[in-house]
Design a protein around this ligand. Sequence first.
Ligand code: GSH
Length: 204
Amino acid sequence: MLLIGVNRSPYTRRVAITLQAYGVAYEQRDLNGFGHRDEVRAANPLGRIPALVLDSGETLIDSAAIVDHLDEICGGEQPLTPRTGADRRAVLKVAAMMMGACDKGLQAAYHRNHTPKEKWHQPWIDDCMAQMTNALAAVEAMVRLNAPYLLLDRLTQADITAFVAERLGRGLGIDTNSRTPRLRALTRRLLEQPAFSSTEPPPA
Ligand SMILES: N[C@@H](CCC(=O)N[C@@H](CS)C(=O)NCC(=O)O)C(=O)O
């Protein structure tokens, strides 16, 4: 398989962690949507990362659809998103909140990066960041002290998405050490696992 995207993208890193957690062999092409427009659009007409090219040549897009496929082919009895019931709903809810938090943080970042400073609309930036911060705080409230995982006493997409969202939030200036200390401690523990540490992007 070929993963297209850089791990600085929380969505791409989510897929990279998932591939590693399942022990799937893959190559990665470090492209991003802004710096490598033509190459990314050749894989995904929408111009976004990640995309995953399967060995059959089929290309999947959007992290949620990609991890859903990986659950189907690699998940066996214990996929990273449970297949049914209350456990599935609980994991999907955290994943939706954390991926939405990433969306909001990146909307703020895109606004700052693609708009001349004199045209920045600070209330919009602040509102996006408040949504991200609130979502992280909601997950903070779910973290049990010193528990290795958020839900179900095993690794799930709740942990993976919380990990990448906390990482992005920190990169965007949210002081997660003081605002979401339990979540920060959880991500430190997760970082001890190879799937998380080996996908750490190089410093900017
Ligand atoms: N919902 C998508 C979001 C993907 C996304 O927004 N990727 C960003 C990189 S972090 C991107 O490629 N942005 C370029 C663009 O939107 O033009 C997913 O989960 O894969």
